[in-house]
Design a protein around this ligand. Sequence first.
Ligand code: PLP
Length: 370
Amino acid sequence: MQKTDFTVKFLDLKKINEQYRDEINKALNNAVDSGWYILGGQVEEFEREFAEYCGTKYCVGVGNGLDALSLILKAYDFKPGDEVIVPANTYIASILAISQNSLTPVLVEPDINTYNIDPAGIEGKITEKTRAIMPVHLYGQVADMESINRIAQKYNLKVIEDAAQAHGAFLNNKRTGSLSDAAGFSFYPGKNLGALGDGGAVITNDGELAEKVRALGNYGSKIKYKNIYKGVNSRLDELQAAILRVKLKYLDADNRKRREIAGYYLENIENNGITLPKCANKESHVWHLFVIRTQNRDDLQNYLSGNNIQTVIHYPVPAHKQNAYGEWNHLNLPITEKIHNEVLSLPISPVLTKEEAGTVVNIISNYSAP
Ligand SMILES: *Cc1c(COP(=O)(O)O)cnc(C)c1O
């Protein structure tokens, strides 16, 4: 087999944003010329457009995805030590949002097939301190929201979607963000809807919650110099909002391209040693990441890198094995640990070419484990 003389990048952000260069420059010029740089017209318009896109009444722009989740929890005013259920295999930010608010994250194992929180593991973890469930639409696939909402209703819990990896994914024609009480989105550059810097948003149909999140992210104030809460400074940047308004128009088309590549990988990668991702609903998945599993993960990654194919591990160390959560290091979460030991993310993005995807398929299909 022939080694290619070009590198298949894991994610080519420059190429992604270059597509929109003229429109982005124009939007930035307008924002600069407005002379209003914090919470101006661009943020206001983006909030309106993104709420409409998600099919909800409210959107509040915030500084990043972690703050979006954290401010929702802060606005609910739970008591220190109250518990929030979260998947054990999520990115650390979901869990940090909970501990930041002096709440206790309660880890639940994922479903090995979908990598999303396993609803069957939730009820056994509910105590009288449980206040909320925070499902994560991991890798771009919607979590089992019907089961999760049913459990939440039974125990009177809030449901907060971590939708940082699933802009535009949907369930029964309803988009992420509209499938629970409130949702946190991230516009980190690598996300499906990515800014050219940090950004985030809270999405909800709850007007009171939206108003409180807005105040909390703006020093706890609704009227300048009148502080009703001990808030923080976490606002969506005006220039980033101008860029996001451009990119939002292309989000559905970008997600379709991701879906095409995922479909191509699913149909064409043939290797007995590799488990391809499974999805409950192919049309709804937005493929933030295309994550395969194999017992020879590190060897496969070296082999691919030797063949000029970049891959990334999402994520190498689960939260409960991190130094930051030393109190959990003794926990035994076999499914989560298996996932972290075996996963590998292949290149996928709206600008990955057919030729590049073909190279990935050929090289992976020719891999044999040591
Ligand atoms: C990216 C991400 C976040 C955090 O978003 P930031 O904007 O980087 O703070 C939270 N949860 C998940 C699942 C993410 O992937």
